[in-house]
Design a protein around this ligand. Structure first.
Ligand SMILES: *Cc1c(COP(=O)(O)O)cnc(C)c1O
Length: 213
């Protein structure tokens, strides 16, 4: 059984204060349950329609915490707010306002990350770092919206040494705004993210093995 050894190895490698988010997209509720039984609490999913059946199947495991990490379309916000505790992919002011309004209506308290795009990448969302000065104070003041940190992803072809700079930049912005959390680092660049001060590593294939995307 490699899942448990992958998980133990990953947990052991993490300094204190770095949380492990198990990215379970593409994997069944049975596999998620195996990991949950080892003690994993936080699971990440990137598509609402794939996640909801798994969340329902595992609803008896009360301690599990679900994180939405994919692109979030406005017509999916209510479903995400109803089913998830964290959103890592807030990438505009209007999306934040919508999440806040619906969280209020649904009486749900969601922890949110603002996704930032430090390098040009047409395949990914995220706000321009130059907009943070304007945006972060607004979101911190938004009722029913709990902004806990910044999230970023490196472009697909970004070399490892540049990833580290990018993660350090994200950490500096988060510190500047007194935001504790940084969601950064995936299976291929988790060490660079740890060195730069991530607090949430999002690991998929390193835990579960390769998936057919
Ligand atoms: C799929 C995904 C991950 C995990 O990727 P791995 O390379 O399998 O670790 C992390 N973050 C986001 C936003 C993802 O979509």
């Amino acid at each position: 059984m490699t899942l448990s050894s992958n998980w133990r190895k990953s947990k052991q490698a993490l300094p204190k204060g770095v949380n492990l988010l198990a990215v379970s997209k593409g994997h069944s509720s049975q596999v998620i349950q195996q990991l949950a039984e080892l003690g994993q609490i936080d699971f990440g999913e990137s598509r609402l329609q794939d996640a909801v059946p798994k969340i329902q199947a595992l609803s008896k495991m009360k301690t599990l915490s679900w994180h939405f990490i994919g692109p979030l379309q406005s017509n999916k916000v209510r479903g995400v707010v109803q089913n998830f505790s964290f959103i890592h992919s807030i990438d505009s002011e209007s999306l934040a306002e919508r999440v806040a309004r619906i969280a209020g209506e649904e009486k749900r308290s969601i922890k949110n990350f603002l996704q930032v795009k430090f390098l040009k990448d047409p395949t990914k969302g995220g706000v321009n770092p130059h907009d943070l000065d304007h945006l972060v104070p607004k979101l911190l003041d938004l009722p029913n919206f709990n902004l806990i940190g910044l999230m970023t992803m490196a472009p697909f072809n970004c070399p490892l040494n540049e990833r580290k700079n990018l993660f350090q930049e994200c950490r500096r912005y988060a510190d500047h705004f007194n935001l504790k959390e940084c969601s950064m680092g995936m299976s291929s660049d988790w060490q660079e993210a740890v060195e730069a001060g991530t607090t949430w590593l999002r690991l998929g294939s390193r835990l579960f093995g390769k998936r057919k995307d």
